[in-house]
Design a protein around this ligand. Structure first.
Ligand SMILES: NC(=O)c1ccc[n+]([C@@H]2O[C@H](COP(=O)([O-])OP(=O)(O)OC[C@H]3O[C@@H](n4cnc5c(N)ncnc54)[C@H](OP(=O)(O)O)[C@@H]3O)[C@@H](O)[C@H]2O)c1
Length: 241
């Protein structure tokens, strides 16, 4: 990636779909270069001179550090922000969840984010400025039935982000957690429920992009610790069997 126009780079995980894709589009419009990470970008159908995508399976924790160090060596422009957004949901009563799914949720929603953050942190600290954002959830704030493992992963991300904020303040790096309620995205494709159909039953991914833009634009001396967004009228709809 060549620093031809003095651009700043934002790295977005989970950039191929939903919230991440909306973030990429908004950031490109704002003049950032964007490096997206996800499994598969075919569905995103996004082509832009300032957008690069890297297919990395964040669940493959054994190879993740190596993949990230290759990616870091390609970066030759200032890093404005790392947005840890990739995540999955596996919902159900605890006895219904397989150990495989439990591990997958924790690996993707928590451990991969810790490893990605650890990889990018030295660069951000060296610059003495930059933002690290995490996509938490309302599930990071309150436990809910059939959400035990998802909530556990998001509560953990919240604890991690709070501690990291304390660790990073003196070095100029800001840490922000975004906690959305239901957002209308393909996240629900594999779940048995989804937000109600009315516009006020779900947040749109572009609303999250607006919140992120506000975080990035804030005066350097100020940090948004957490932003919680909710649909005005929370309604969940069971999908037909
Ligand atoms: N939708 C909601 O209601 C809601 C509410 C609160 C918080 N969130 C959080 O928001 C974040 C984004 O979710 P979304 O709603 O935008 O869902 P989404 O449309 O399903 O997008 C999830 C993204 O994560 C990526 N991802 C998943 N597993 C991955 C892996 N193993 N390796 C690399 N990338 C992986 C996906 O890439 P591939 O498709 O290429 O695998 C995709 O780009 C998640 O952390 C989610 O927990 C969502």
């Amino acid at each position: 990636m060549k620093n031809t126009r003095e651009k700043k780079l934002v790295v977005v995980t989970g950039a191929s779909s939903g919230i991440g894709l909306a973030l990429v589009k908004a950031l490109l419009l704002q003049g950032y270069a964007v490096l997206g990470i996800a499994n598969n970008f075919e569905k995103a159908g996004l082509s832009h001179p300032d957008f690069r995508s890297r297919s990395i399976n964040l669940a493959d924790l054994d190879t993740l550090e190596e993949s990230l160090s290759a990616l870091l060596s390609e970066i030759d422009m200032p890093l404005k922000a790392l947005i840890n957004n990739a995540g999955i949901g596996r919902m159900g009563f605890l006895e219904q969840l397989s150990v495989k799914d439990i591990r997958l949720v924790m690996d993707i929603n928590l451990t991969s984010q810790v490893i990605v953050t650890k990889a990018f942190l030295p660069l951000l600290k060296k610059q003495r400025e930059g933002d690290i954002l995490f996509m938490g959830s309302e599930a990071a704030l309150k436990g809910a039935r059939q959400g035990s493992i998802y909530c556990a992963s998001k509560f953990a991300v919240r604890g991690f982000s709070q501690a990291l904020r304390e660790e990073c303040g003196k070095s100029g790096v800001r840490v922000t957690l975004i906690n959305p309620g239901a957002v209308r995205t393909p996240f629900f494709d594999k779940l048995q429920f989804e937000p109600g159909l009315a516009p006020e039953n779900a947040i749109e991914p572009e609303d999250i992009a607006s919140a992120v833009s506000m975080v990035l634009a804030a005066r350097q001396g100020t940090v948004f610790d957490e932003i919680t967004l909710s649909p005005r009228n929370h309604v969940w709809k069971k999908k037909d069997a």
